[in-house]
Design a protein around this ligand. Sequence first.
Ligand SMILES: Cc1cc2nc3c(=O)[nH]c(=O)nc-3n(C[C@H](O)[C@H](O)[C@H](O)COP(=O)(O)OP(=O)(O)OC[C@H]3O[C@@H](n4cnc5c(N)ncnc54)[C@H](O)[C@@H]3O)c2cc1C
Length: 538
Amino acid sequence: MVRRPARRARRGRSRAGPRDGWTSTSARKLDPGICGPRRACRAPTSSNGLWPVLRQRGPRPALRSSTPTGIELPGRGTRVRAMRVVRVQVGRAGEIVIDGRAVPTAIVKRPVEGPVAIGRLGLEGDERVLRRRHGEEHHAVYAYPEAHYGWWEERLGRTLAPGIFGENLTVDGPLETEARIGDRIACGTALLQVAQPRIPCRKLRHQLGLRSSLDFLATRRVGYYLRVLREGVVQAGDRFEVVERAEGSPTVDTFVRIATEDYWDVVGLRELIAARDLDPTWREDLGDKLARAEAAEGWLGFRELEVVRREAAGEGAVHLWLACPWGRPLGPHRPGQAVGVLVRPVEGSRPMRRRYAITAREGERIRLTVRVAARRSVEEGVGLVSSYVHALEAGGRLAVSAPRGSWTAEALPRGVRRVTVLSAGMGIAPAVPLVRDLREAGLAVRAVHFRPEPGEPPLWDEARALGFEREGDLDVALRERPPGAVYAAGPRGFVASLGERLEVLGHDGAAFVEEVGPGPVPVPAAPPPPSEPPGCDG
Ligand SMILES: Cc1cc2nc3c(=O)[nH]c(=O)nc-3n(C[C@H](O)[C@H](O)[C@H](O)COP(=O)(O)OP(=O)(O)OC[C@H]3O[C@@H](n4cnc5c(N)ncnc54)[C@H](O)[C@@H]3O)c2cc1C
């Protein structure tokens, strides 16, 4: 340990609310980056990728500190919270038993009183079990916001020991939504730089008693690793302040989201790769992800889209307009194609996948038209997905896979100019955009919706405007052999009897059939979820 003049260090954990160490608005002028309003991360109502859907229950909570950044004091102007080191911790190499096996680790850390030297590879007295992996300059010091302790204690239902996350510095400092990769932070007499987020390992999972380390990651309350730009000395109570903002660099929160959930996000991945002074290991990893995302048709796996508008679609169906909550493009699709959705319709139920046609598009918004398949049977476990999706309101989120399917105009053999499109049930959903597309391409299209029962089907206004006929009897709808190609979409029974009818009529042209009901959902393979990471602590 390094000796230096004793200072009054704060002991124990800080609590919310005003206390010593407030600075005046002049600090805001000097350092607008840290003194601006605290931005809470948006709280999606579903998840972005497959694994969080599997693990997450309910909405992701907003990331917000229990202590305010600024406070209005009558007559004194806005005061700004000082950024401080709350505790300093170091750990000795030892063992913990995980699943019956002894695992070497230095994750168990204990608070240190008095000044501690910060060297290029970390705090003095802080041991690492795998120096090669864990001791490098890009994760020399691990800082964790004190503000998250209360949040975790509430969720875990127990008091957490200081340093439980394996952090070297518990800080009253920038949250993950505020700290940017590359930010420079004055810490005691040292100068540190935000290098990367903490990607948790099984040791942390064990410490917290979580089912999976991914549960920790999904909260995005992960803290961050710092590299040491200038060695120095730190003790509890010292300042921990951003002195140079890495403007344009992603925040730690954004970094975690894109690198571990939104791996489809080509634009976001490029921004991550351009993060200031990024660890080369991350650059390589993100480069691989970017190459896969760029090569993908549409996007990989499931991504979260937000319901931006909900409209009635007739016969109890709804139109849901979906857009990327991060404003990213959706990529092209072909009329007649469908997306996959992944939902956990009832708490505790298994995740389920279904397909829904894109019935319209406005720029970077797509429209799905969903009818509840079997409302009265929800208790029996049928109609669950359509009921869930149908109930989504504006602002709700849905995990959606990229548009897929060959029930499109592109499937037509060259030279075919006449087409018959037949639909039944919700087969009308892909049929409407397909007919519109075929007409725009100048083809002669006859469109018939088969519906024996009275009443109008969903989307009928649009279908009628496109000249759809309506027929209750398939033999009447298809009296003669249809010229050219036939497209058919509808429930299994309809598709089967249509096939028989075409055979009777001796139709020998191309036929494209889409069975619109439960079935496999083609999803471009997503990268595996993050596992034992570069940057795991101890
Ligand atoms: C390519 C494709 C595109 C699709 N597009 C749409 C669409 O745009 N809009 C839409 O609402 N659905 C569409 N579907 C159907 C959708 O994927 C689901 O099958 C449907 O929502 C039922 O799922 P569920 O889990 O609610 O009901 P499930 O429990 O899977 O089914 C409940 C009961 O309803 C029957 N059923 C299933 N689907 C339908 C249906 N569409 N009409 C009548 N009965 C049905 C089932 O056979 C079962 O008996 C499409 C399916 C495919 C394959």
